[in-house]
Design a protein around this ligand. Structure first.
Ligand SMILES: *Cc1c(COP(=O)(O)O)cnc(C)c1O
Length: 365
């Protein structure tokens, strides 16, 4: 069978390893596996969300409301934008896919930071577009502008806070980049998958969809998968001027969000207390990861997200450490495939973090 030539250059996205794999391969009991690999909310899902899912179970035979009226109304209210400014995706990943398909082809290119969310590149390659990355993993204005002028990309990705590094770009710096690009040539995608954590840490890093709605060439992406605890329900959103949203809608398959996922996301919008509690626990627990790293002489990136990235020197090998942790039932993310001798650890519950520290000590003696 012959497939599209562009597929030759695509590496399949490697998702965080599931608990089931560790159970199968290493014979560890599921309850003993500690999964700190995919930046899920360690507390779980709010009880309001669980109730909403159960209450909608008897609608499973009906197609969902394809207008997504209620979820859009909830998001409109939350962010102070119109429903014509919103598109909902099966995860913000699906919105990224719509954007790539709407703007890219083999004559176009995309620009992103040196180490960032892997899907930007994968979707761009699917369209045959060229990929340009800046030298730094941080979003540096000068590096972005130099590359921008050289390549005139169709899409500029600003992932703030950035995954898998955890650093963030200030609102001032993001606006500076947005204002320096040509609004007729380029769409700037501001991916705020972890924005709730950055906003709670330092107001200078807080960017809301409304802050960007005045720009015709910008889209803000958010997700329910991280702070809201709905990774398994697959709901994300894009917010932009209606001229952008209208085009992205042409890429959307019908009924792309299930009835239960819609119900879950609507309930999550009404439960800010759950997100606030999650962030409070996170802020307390991440301090332990910082203290642990300092104690062990390990460098780390100051995090604006729900994970922390440890940077190793030559004496430690990220792949070896990740494998050793995995064999003992602790799943974290090795960043070797991003060209970094580093690991990314989702900050878990106090108990999960205790296990991480204990097992990390065992495998690094
Ligand atoms: C998790 C994540 C997303 C999207 O997640 P979905 O589950 O598809 O909503 C988007 N961008 C970044 C940077 C992420 O880490």
């Amino acid at each position: 069978m012959r497939f599209n030539k562009v597929l030759e250059k695509i590496k399949t996205y490697e998702a965080g390893k599931p608990i089931e794999l560790v159970v199968r391969e290493f014979g560890i009991k599921p309850e003993d596996v500690v999964k700190l690999a995919s930046n899920e909310n360690p507390i779980g899902t709010s009880s309001a969300v669980k109730e909403a899912i159960i209450a909608n179970a008897d609608k499973a035979h009906l197609y969902p409301d394809d207008s997504m009226f209620e979820l859009k109304a909830a998001l409109s209210e939350k962010f102070g934008v119109g429903d014509e400014n919103i598109i909902i995706g099966a995860g913000s990943d699906q919105v990224l896919e719509f954007i790539s398909r709407a703007l890219l082809n083999e004559h176009e290119s995309v620009l992103m930071s040196g180490v960032t969310f892997a899907m930007y590149e994968i979707y761009a390659r699917q369209m045959g577009a060229k990929i340009y990355k800046t030298a730094s993993y941080e979003h540096k204005y000068d590096e972005f502008m130099e590359a921008y002028r050289m390549y005139l990309p169709r899409i500029v990705y600003l992932c703030t806070p950035n995954n898998p590094t955890g650093d963030a770009t200030s609102k001032e710096e993001v606006l500076r980049i947005i204002e320096a690009v040509d609004p007729l040539q380029t769409l700037v995608v501001v991916d705020g998958a972890y924005m709730e954590y950055a906003a709670a840490k330092d107001p200078r890093y807080k960017i809301t969809p409304k802050d960007l709605l005045g720009y015709p060439h910008v889209i803000y992406l958010g997700t329910f998968s991280k702070a809201y605890g709905l990774g398994g329900m697959r709901v994300g959103y894009g917010i932009a001027q209606s001229t952008v949203i209208r085009e992205l809608y042409k890429m959307r398959p019908p009924f792309n969000i299930s009835t239960l996922s819609l119900a879950a996301a609507i309930a999550a919008c009404g439960d800010d207390a759950f997100v606030e509690d999650s962030i409070r626990l996170h802020q307390q627990e991440i301090k332990r990861y910082e203290a642990f790293a300092k104690e062990k002489g390990i460098a780390y990136i100051d995090s604006y997200t729900n994970f922390i990235t440890y940077l190793f020197d030559e004496g430690m090998d990220s792949t070896r450490i990740a494998d050793a942790l995995l064999k003992r039932g602790v799943i974290i993310r090795d960043l070797a495939s991003y060209g970094m001798n580093a690991i990314r650890i989702t900050v878990g519950t106090p108990k999960q973090n205790d296990t991480f520290f204990k097992v990390f000590n065992e495998v690094t003696v």
